[in-house]
Design a protein around this ligand. Sequence first.
Ligand code: IMP
Ligand code: MG
Length: 187
Amino acid sequence: MHGDIDRILIPRQKIAQRVHELAALITADHTPPRLAGSAEVTIVPILTGAMVFCGDLIREIPIAMKIGLLTVSSYPGRSVSSQGVQVIQRQLENVRDRHVVLVDDILDSGNTLRMVVPLVQQMGAASVRTCVLLKKDRPAAREMAVDYVGFEIPDEFVVGYGLDFDNYYRNLPDIVTLKRDVLEARP
Ligand code: IMP
Ligand code: MG
C-alpha cells in the first residue's frame, strides 16, 4: 500500500491542526449568541469518504449533537468525479428544526452537495451548512459556496484520510497522490 504513494500532499499533523480550526469555527457558529433559538445540531457525514474526517472533527466540537448518516453512491474504481449521485442509504433521524452540518471529504464537481443540501432542506432543517476537508482547484468546485473548507488543493486525484481509490487507501493517515501506474492499473 505505501509503495503505491507518489507524494504526500497534506501530512497528518497539518490535517489535525486544520481539523482543530474547523471545529472551532463550527462550534462558534452553533453556540449563542451567533446561534439564535433553541434548535440543536445534527452532524451528517456523507459516507464513506467523510468517515475519518468527521470522526476527528466531532470530537473537537464540545456541544450537544446528534449524528445522522447519508451514504451516497460512488464511482466504481475510477479516479473521476461523482457522476449521477444517488443516495443509497439514509439514517437521518428527524432533522426537522435542527441545525444540520453536512460533512464531506472533498468538493470536486459539486454534484454530491448539490443533490444532498436540498434533500436535507426539504426535510425541514432549521439551517444547513456544509463542510468539506478538501476543495479542488477547478471551476466547478470554485463556483460552489461551502461554509467550511479545510484545504484548497490542485485538481489532482488524492487518497487517504478517508478518501479512496476503488475503496482502498482510506486508512492512510496522510492525504497523498498515487503513482500513475497504480491509477492506470484499474478500470
Ligand atoms: P463531487 O460530487 O464531484 O463534488 O465529489 C465528491 C465525491 O467524489 C467525494 O465525496 C469523493 O467520494 C469523490 N472524489 C472526488 N475527487 C476525489 C479524489 O481526488 N479522491 C477520492 N475521491 C474523490
Ligand atoms: Mg465520497
